[in-house]
Design a binder for this molecule. Structure first.
Ligand code: ADP
Length: 325
């Protein structure tokens, strides 16, 4: 098979596969296109939608609700109400629901991976890997939350006792990027839910389908309505609503440095806790004494993993003179 005909036949297969894959996802009940607020799937209040495209072909996969400040305000209210019951459960009770969510993510590995490949463009093998990776955060934090111990600190006065009691902070706003449509969500939502916090997630508008499918499985797992809400659409409007809310106590974000700075500034007024994972700056350096085979393999992986779209993908490769020559 010549290179050109292989590309042509792959393209042909690609389009056939995309249709069959969407059918499979739909049949599993995992093609969700509306936002999730208080356990209900809802359209944008003004009925607006945005297209989700397959980046490999430009084909439209689905039209999803394009939400803004009003839907976000309702998602925050629902998360805030649910906080009072979810946070009162024992860590063990929350852990059971999270464990079930993990198991459902794993048992729907293929559909989730297909969705990710379709809307994000990463190869299927990497998408399958991301389901393992993404689900592992839910498993890890389900277990870890049972071990949120406090501290007893030696007092400075003899008749006092100093105790540290760790408590869930409240509603968390989680804003995530498109390069890891599942794992960036589970990495934020896992620890938050495990500790008793409730969450409003805003996935990237490029990759909302994976987020919505994962949220569907969370509901099936028994994570209560309102503990996990998903809104997507007008990013600045959703971001501003999260920022200005006094009920949102924490913002967790993975994305660009420019947006991270905006969120940090926007969080100042209500003194929210902020966790930011921002843009990378990743040189790959090959020294004279490197093993060339290992260096080539490592550099290729560093440059092209996830279609070259991770925050630590090499953005320049520096090779020492002795090796370069
Ligand atoms: P990247 O370059 O990794 O795509 P972005 O920062 O543009 O990073 O996007 C990451 C996430 O931030 C996406 O979910 C995007 O919709 C969201 N986002 C972009 N602008 C804003 C904003 N003004 N407020 C809140 N979220 C935003």
């Amino acid at each position: 098979v010549s290179a050109s005909s292989r590309v042509a036949s792959r393209r042909h297969m690609g389009s056939v596969d995309a249709g069959a894959a969407m059918e499979k996802i739909r049949a599993a009940g995992l093609l969700r296109t509306r936002g999730l607020i208080g356990g209900k799937w809802v359209d944008a209040y003004d009925g607006k939608t945005i297209e989700v495209q397959n980046p490999a072909t430009g084909e439209v996969l689905a039209n999803v609700a394009c939400m803004g400040n009003r839907e976000t305000a309702d998602a925050i209210t629902s998360a805030n109400t649910t906080f009072y019951t979810w946070s009162k459960l024992t860590a063990s009770e929350r852990s059971k629901a999270l464990r079930k969510w993990h198991d459902l993510l794993m048992s729907h590995k293929e559909e989730l991976a297909l969705l990710m490949t379709l809307e994000q463009g990463k190869p299927m093998k990497e998408a399958l890997g991301e389901v393992n990776y993404g689900a592992s955060f839910i498993e890890f934090f389900a277990e870890e939350a049972k071990r949120v111990y406090g501290d007893i600190i030696p007092p400075t006065l003899a008749d006092r006792r100093l105790l540290v009691l760790k408590q869930p902070i409240g509603v968390v706003g989680a804003i995530t990027p498109w390069n890891f449509p599942l794992a960036m969500i589970t990495r934020k939502v896992g620890p938050a839910l495990a500790c008793g916090c409730t969450v409003v997630v805003k996935p990237s508008e490029f990759t909302p389908l994976t987020a919505l499918a994962a949220a569907d499985l969370a509901l099936q797992a028994g994570i209560p309505a309102g503990a996990l809400n998903v809104v997507m659409g007008n990013a600045p409007e959703i971001g501003d609503e999260l920022m200005q809310s006094t009920q949102v106590r924490k913002i967790t974000f993975t994305g660009s440095t420019a947006v991270g700075k905006k969120l940090m500034a926007g969080s100042a007024n209500t003194v929210k806790k902020v966790s930011l994972e921002l843009g990378g700056n990743a040189p790959c350096i090959v020294f004279d004494d490197a093993d060339i085979d290992v260096a080539v393999k490592g550099s290729l992986a560093a440059k092209f993993r996830n279609s070259g779209q991770t925050c630590v993908c090499a953005n320049r490769i520096l090779v020492q003179e002795g090796m370069y020559l």
